[in-house]
Design a protein around this ligand. Structure first.
Ligand SMILES: CC(C)(COP(=O)(O)OP(=O)(O)OC[C@H]1O[C@@H](n2cnc3c(N)ncnc32)[C@H](O)[C@@H]1OP(=O)(O)O)[C@@H](O)C(=O)NCCC(=O)NCCS
Length: 378
């Protein structure tokens, strides 16, 4: 890629989704809505919810370990850990620092990246810069979110959209042809307050007043976000392809941010990508913000949708409003996906010193736990 001294390849991929499932029928019992309305406006049927013993760091660690195994590496081979998230376990320490401990890495630098739903793509671009300039050989880039803990389950305009999960990739230096071909990133602060989480930061620290006003939950101007998303996803994609020297017809598979099926379809229409060339799993996970693109990528590769030599376009948008796109040529063996199967939550170190001793599970969803204990996941 232009500007890189060395080539950068996507060498490993992995994902983790918690087992609790919140369906549209469940939401019908919580707010004034219907499965028909939600599905027709968003394409979402269900989303995953992190359990009481899961956090952004714990889910990120499982996805990260899976990506490292798929790459055929050991945790200590990683030089830099980047976690894109808008729901870090704490403002400090970084979630990436907790992940480093949880995966048993002794030598990496670790930091979080705040670019909302574009956090993974911005993290990929950062990893690209570190490897391309020679500052790192292997970078673990993770997108992970526990959005259920920042969702107002009394607000029907937002609570149907979001879910929890994590996805990760390993980027590695290699002089083979292929790998990353072009990257574009944009930030348009004119849309900064279209999606935002008003309280808990320096501008509005936590107080009785912010709690009463429910300002610790995500707020969104839905239709303004929708329009800007369609526009920026299209322009960012085209710029990344241009930088990669590719035409739209050269793209074998688009992996877009899974926010809403209508946004994905509008992107396909605007850029002339038939839906067969666009990977969609929003129906099963909803919008998992920074986790969305790497979770979709791991599923796409694991289900045989990607083969060596394919040209992929990864594209995201999110609060900020941020947008980022990556054009790359796939060089890894998709069959390596199977190496992730051996790794589960039991393989990451439990972090008793860091985990909040107070049960962080959203009170509005406590019945979901009872249902899962009764052995009925849906
Ligand atoms: C949120 C979103 C699904 C709403 O769809 P929309 O078509 O814009 O719907 P509107 O907000 O205009 O609402 C249309 C009507 O449905 C109603 N409505 C809103 N939420 C509803 C719900 N959950 N169930 C039933 N009706 C609902 C509204 O009150 C409105 O009724 P009215 O016409 O009588 O006033 C859509 O705007 C969206 O997906 N935006 C992008 C969000 C996004 O991707 N955010 C993350 C970015 S990373």
């Amino acid at each position: 890629m232009a500007g890189s001294v060395r080539g950068v390849h996507l060498a490993g991929w992995g994902a983790y989704a918690p087992s609790l499932v919140l369906t549209n029928a469940d939401l019908e019992k919580m707010v004034e809505t219907s499965d028909e309305w939600i599905f027709s406006r968003t394409g979402i049927r269900e989303r995953r919810i992190a359990g009481p013993d899961e956090t952004t760091a714990s889910m990120a660690a499982v996805a990260g370990l899976r990506a490292i195994a798929v790459a055929g590496l050991q945790p200590d081979d990683i030089d830099l850990i980047l976690v894109g998230t808008l729901t870090p376990d704490y403002p400090m320490p970084s979630t990436a620092a907790l992940v480093k401990d949880a995966i048993g890495n002794k030598r990496a630098a670790a930091m979080d990246l705040a670019a909302a739903c574009s956090g993974f793509v911005f993290g990929y671009a950062t990893g690209q810069a570190y490897i391309g300039s020679g500052m790192a050989n292997h970078v673990l880039v993770i997108g992970a979110e526990t959005l259920s803990r920042a969702t107002d389950f009394t607000d029907r305009g937002t609570c149907l959209l979001f879910g929890d999960g994590a996805g990760a990739v390993v980027l590695s230096a290699s002089d083979e042809p292929g790998g990353t071909l072009g990257i574009e990133m944009t930030t348009e602060p004119s849309g900064a307050y279209f999606i935002w989480l008003p309280a808990g930061g320096a501008a509005r620290p936590a107080s009785d007043q912010t709690l009463k006003a429910r300002e610790h939950y995500m707020k969104m101007k839905g239709s303004e976000t929708f329009k800007m998303a369609v526009r920026t996803l299209g322009s960012t994609s085209l710029r990344a392809l241009e930088k990669a020297g590719l035409d739209r017809a050269d793209v074998d598979l688009v992996i877009p941010h899974q926010a809403n099926i209508r946004i994905i379809e509008a992107l396909g229409k605007a850029l002339d990508f038939p839906m067969e060339k666009i990977f969609v799993n929003v129906d099963r996970y909803g919008n998992t913000s920074a986790a969305s693109v790497p979770l979709a990528l791991a599923e796409a590769v694991g289900s045989g949708r990607v083969k060596k030599g394919d040209r992929l376009l990864l594209v995201a948008f999110g609060a900020g409003l941020t947008s980022g796109a990556i054009a790359l040529e796939w060089t890894a063996d998709p069959a390596a996906s199977a190496r992730a199967d051996a790794i589960g939550p039991g393989d990451v170190k439990v972090l008793p010193g860091y985990l909040d001793p107070v049960n962080p599970f959203p009170p509005a969803l406590e019945w979901l736990l009872e249902r899962s204990e009764q052995g009925s996941p849906k």
